[in-house]
Design a protein around this ligand. Structure first.
Ligand SMILES: [Zn+2]
Ligand SMILES: [Zn+2]
Length: 217
């Protein structure tokens, strides 16, 4: 049985190209102008869950065609994010997080996931967390907050400063930019040694925000 076993895929995901790769006997679902792809493999030797769907850092074994369609739809609709924890260049562990659970993307949650390392502090075995989804991705690192607790640090898309995730209402913006652009409550910054001790914003401003502020004064 060749390409026909993948026929069911070709009636779905209209926005994306589906390519049968003969040499590997699998189908790739490809996002244009992007290296991101989803690979669907049928492995008949696996009696129970013959479908293997791989993307980014993740893969799942699935039972039937409906499961494959459902899972691929979740990926391309950004309902699931792939995360992988690294120490240097070495992948340590990974998993999936549903977009609805992203509020819980914290140091504590990650440490819970790393059950295998239960007796080790997460910070001792991980220094970067790569988060990838169909439409993009970002990297997270860690720092200690003002109370000396380890916490997740992200980079602001607007001003480029690092910030403590727990201090911002938005994943992609620091509290300062989220306040100026979207009116979210700002951090009551306390600057020390070039950055806010509470949220780690370093005072950076994008040209766009500088322009907004000039117009308001
Ligand atoms: Zn910012
Ligand atoms: Zn602050």
């Amino acid at each position: 049985m060749g390409k026909e076993k993948y026929d069911f895929l070709f009636n779905h995901f209209d926005l994306y190209e589906k390519v049968y790769i003969e040499s590997k006997d699998c189908v790739e679902i490809v996002k244009p102008h992007n290296e991101f792809k989803i690979i669907v493999d049928y492995i008949p030797e696996d009696d129970f869950s013959p479908y293997l769907v791989s993307w980014s850092y993740q893969h799942r074994h699935l039972v039937d065609e409906d499961d494959v369609i459902e899972y691929v739809n979740e990926i391309i609709n950004c309902k699931v994010y792939a995360i992988e924890c690294f120490k240097g260049d070495t992948a340590v562990f990974g998993g999936e997080i549903r977009i609805d659970d992203f509020e819980d993307f914290s140091y504590e949650t990650l440490e819970k996931w790393s059950g295998y390392f239960g007796l080790t502090k997460l910070l001792d075995c991980v220094d970067t967390v790569k988060v990838r989804f169909w439409h993009g991705g970002f990297d997270a690192t860690f720092a200690y907050d003002k109370d000396g607790k380890p916490t997740v640090v992200l980079q602001c898309d607007e001003c480029g400063s690092k910030f403590i995730k727990a201090k911002s209402k938005m994943m992609s913006l620091c509290p300062e930019c989220a306040h100026i652009l979207f009116g979210y409550e700002n951090c009551k910054h306390q600057f020390k040694d070039g950055k806010c001790e509470l949220c780690h914003w370093d005072g950076s401003r994008s040209d766009y925000i500088k322009g907004l502020m000039d117009n308001n004064t």
